[in-house]
Design a protein around this ligand. Structure first.
Ligand code: LLP
Length: 415
């Protein structure tokens, strides 16, 4: 579904004019569509049927409590990477037993808290981590549910910063080492082998890398089943499903499921997925207001009130985000410009050399496809308070996070 559309020349999120939201809550402002977010989760959930499965939303993509609550209400599990994300899930009414806990650097405190909450599974990324989990579980008189995150050595053909399944990545345990670590795990009283996990990267726009990764994992799964026939429950094929930012043609939920299900059908295991961007990416925009249009001898700059601290993806990955005027005029002139923020870095841009509608001072713009890794990666650089967030549902909307004020900026500091 496309939740962001023009109606009577005004960009809407579902049935709400985003200009109205900017009036009420100010800019920069993140606006999310509940229907899009829940709809994407449901589409994937439905597409994976009739296989037993659980779609665990990757909290890191957008961890706003209102977003998490909407997904928890839909029945989502969650993929978390920190104690902080665990507390968010719990606060939002999510079920810790439906959570998988990933990450290469889990601390003792995080492990203990997750065990106390009844975490669904730890996705373990190294032998030292396994040993730590085993000893903490032992000391608590428990058995920790684990899967090993296995690195199958597949190139997902995405930006190198977000590719994780290749051999040189810091993530996971190499496929050739995995069985030995599983054997060690089978001997540890504090460990219960529950699953096998893999995740090859992010913004993957083809099904082939998934098919390849799954194929490479299948022999290991049979070996692990022989080691832990009573307790092996699931195969987690990770997240990374791509979305359309510009002209990509990523598979829809049904096409993705159709490609992977034949390989998974006869395993007799629950299939876990960990999508983040696919759920929220196109369910959010960043609204920003033009402050100035500045012409230098060589370039035109559209200076807006959002910056790299609000949305760092263009600066960090040279990601493309479409930028459109909130008010659509049929006969608009086009011009070429850089869309930049007020932060003191040459790398502070939302678009470079962009052919775009000629906009002027005071106009509202929407930076599209900003629902994933937007607010979640925001910072206070240049002592800028973080943006507000609004969740729209049909004609209704509610503030999901208020704008950060100067007081909050300095709250934790001591002088
Ligand atoms: N599972 C694991 C173990 C992950 O590391 C990630 C993302 C996901 C699931 C969810 O991936 P997704 O379905 O959202 O692609 N900041 C970058 C993306 C970093 C992804 C990190 N891991 C960006 O803005 O493109």
């Amino acid at each position: 579904m496309n939740a962001f559309q023009y109606k009577s020349g005004q960009l809407h999120c579902e049935d709400v004019s985003v200009a109205r939201l900017a009036e009420e809550f100010g800019t920069p402002l993140y606006v999310y569509s509940r229907q899009h977010i829940v709809g994407q989760w449901q589409a994937l959930d439905k597409a994976m049927k009739p296989l037993e499965h659980l779609v665990c939303y990757a909290v890191k993509a957008n961890s706003n409590l209102s977003v998490l609550r909407a997904l928890a209400e839909a029945g989502a599990g969650f993929d978390i990477v920190s104690g902080g994300e665990l507390e968010r899930v719990i606060r939002a009414g999510g079920d810790p037993t439906k959570c998988v806990f990933a990450g290469v650097g889990k601390t003792a405190m995080e492990i203990e808290r997750a065990l106390r909450c009844g975490i669904g599974c730890f996705n373990v990324e190294s032998l030292p981590e396994l040993l730590r989990i085993a000893s903490i579980a032992d000391a608590m008189g428990r058995r920790a549910p684990v899967a090993l995150r296995v690195n199958p050595g597949v190139d997902p053909d995405t930006h190198h910063y977000i590719s994780t399944g290749k051999h040189e990545s810091k993530f996971g345990i190499a496929l050739q080492d995995a069985l030995a670590v599983y054997r060690a795990a089978a001997e540890m009283p504090g460990i219960e082998i529950r699953g096998v996990q893999t995740h090859i990267g992010s913004q993957i726009t083809k099904t082939a890398p998934y098919v390849l990764a799954i194929r490479k994992m299948l022999p290991l799964i049979q070996q692990v089943r022989a080691l832990a026939p009573q307790t092996l429950e699931f195969f987690d094929i990770g997240g990374g499903l791509g979305i359309r930012y510009r002209n990509e043609r990523p598979p829809a939920a049904a096409a993705f499921a159709a490609a992977v299900k034949p390989l998974l059908r006869n395993l007799g295991l629950r299939i876990v997925l960990e999508p983040g961007r696919f759920i929220v990416g196109n369910g959010g925009v960043l609204l920003t207001r033009v402050q100035y249009v500045k012409q230098t001898p060589v370039k035109r700059f559209v200076i807006v009130d959002a910056a790299m601290n609000d949305l760092i993806r263009p600066s960090l990955y040279e990601s493309y985000h479409e930028i459109v005027p909130v008010r659509k005029l049929s006969a608009r002139r086009m011009f070429q410009a850089d869309v930049v923020g007020p932060v003191c870095e040459s790398g502070d841009f939302l678009a470079q050399d962009r052919r775009m509608a000629a906009v002027g001072e005071g106009e509202l713009l929407a930076v599209m496809s900003a629902g994933a890794y937007g607010m979640a990666m925001s910072s206070n650089y240049n002592s800028r308070g973080r943006a507000a967030e609004v969740l729209v549902d049909g004609r209704r909307y509610a503030l999901a996070r208020r704008r950060e004020g100067v007081g909050e900026l300095m709250q934790a500091e001591i002088s």
